[in-house]
Design a protein around this ligand. Structure first.
Ligand code: FES
Ligand SMILES: [Fe+2]
Length: 371
């Protein structure tokens, strides 16, 4: 940009567009995040999403490969999503530059003549690794300006335990920073207050629980146990199979909670991810699969009530958080939240220094709380 035009932009009173989000928003870069559901990209349709304050344009080529680019033309910044997609290239709506969806590489600049020396293929739109799993389009969010790691890990997939199963997805947006979304997700003490329902449990059923946790790479596990019998669905499952019900719950950075329930030949597997959209907004994506005789519609009805209860609570909490209150994490109910913050801190430290950090848990530990 020339000196003149820079001054003109500054004088215009418009804020110069930030090319990079602030580095300290508490986002964990270099992980896969679900951006949209697979149904949102079809034919020559382009979809948009925001992850970690980065605007994205997404599509799927005629060959069936999903792709994601920064929704910003490298020429003058207009969102590429206003352009046209022919099943291979995205053409910018402003001056018609074309970018290969799968690589982001510029392939055409219509204004160039034989007198121009510009190497078109040297120009690229910002491009992100993109994969589809379980009906989500996942985007590997590598830090703006940083190089992609040599080996990008595989995109996450929900574990399934038989050939045939049902699968369903739900999502809900929360007006909260990712950290509040996550500690809300792993918080055992809000159950009796937020999730009272005739079909689940009543407030009176509150009792002391002891659960064993163990460290796992980048996370922690609530060890395999028989879930509390004050929940109707577990009683029903036990009656049906005549066998013990066991459940295991994992939390893994950056944002995933996996739950596996087994009883005899039946299984239920779910994953909730909390994805940072902006500093003040995150989204829970919940996917569940099972081979139980449980109709999808019935399960969705239950799950919607649950998510709605969490969402309402987080909306109320965000009212309070506007005033920047001091907050507390208490033992033992908030210990998982403390582990989350410690794991996150360690990871950032490891990435900064290259020195491996010790896991915040030195071994298995039993936590006690009433819920
Ligand atoms: S702004 Fe996209 S081609 Fe010019
Ligand atoms: Fe909840």
């Amino acid at each position: 940009m020339s000196e003149v035009s820079r001054t003109a932009l500054e004088n215009s009173g418009l804020e110069p567009a930030r090319s990079m989000p602030d580095a300290d928003l508490g986002f964990l870069w270099d992980f896969w995040y679900p951006a949209i559901s697979s149904e949102e990209i079809f034919g020559q349709n382009l979809a948009t999403a925001t992850l970690m304050e980065v605007p994205l344009v997404l599509g799927r080529t005629t060959e069936g490969k999903a792709f994601a680019m920064r929704d910003s033309c490298p020429h003058r910044g207009i969102p590429l999503s206003y352009g046209h997609f022919d099943g291979k290239n995205v053409q910018c709506s402003y001056h018609g530059w074309e970018f290969d969806g799968c690589s982001g590489r510029c392939v055409v600049i219509p204004s160039l003549t034989q007198h121009d020396k510009l190497k078109v293929e040297r120009i690229s739109a910002v491009h992100f690794p993109c994969e589809e799993r379980d009906g989500y389009v996942w985007v590997y969010m590598n830090e703006p300006g940083a190089r992609l790691p040599e080996a990008v890990p595989l995109a996450p997939e929900l574990p399934k335990f038989s050939e045939k199963y049902k699968i369903t997805r739900l999502d809900c947006e929360l007006p909260s920073h990712i950290d509040h979304g996550i500690i809300g997700l792993m918080d055992p003490a809000h159950g009796p207050f937020v999730h009272q329902s005739w079909f689940w449990r009543s407030k009176k059923s509150i009792h002391e629980k002891s659960k064993q946790f163990e460290p796992i790479p980048n996370g922690f596990r609530m060890s395999r146990h028989s879930p509390s019998t004050n929940s109707l669905p577990y009683q029903w499952l036990k009656k049906m199979t005549g066998e013990a019900v066991t459940t295991t719950i994992d939390f893994v950075l950056p944002n995933m909670r996996f739950e596996e329930i087994h009883s005899g030949k039946f299984w239920f597997s779910s994953r909730a991810t909390v994805t940072p959209v902006r500093r003040d907004c995150c989204r829970i994506d919940f996917v569940a699969a099972w081979n139980l005789p449980l109709p999808i519609a019935a399960f969705r009805a239950f799950a919607k009530v649950f998510l709605r209860q969490d969402q309402e609570t987080m909306i109320q909490q965000s009212e309070g958080l506007k005033h920047n209150p001091h907050l507390m994490l208490i033992d033992d109910a908030d210990r998982p939240a403390k582990w989350y913050f410690a794991l996150k801190q360690n990871l950032m430290e490891e990435r900064r220094t290259g020195i491996p950090q010790a896991h915040p848990m030195s071994g298995p530990v039993t936590l006690h709380w009433n819920s």
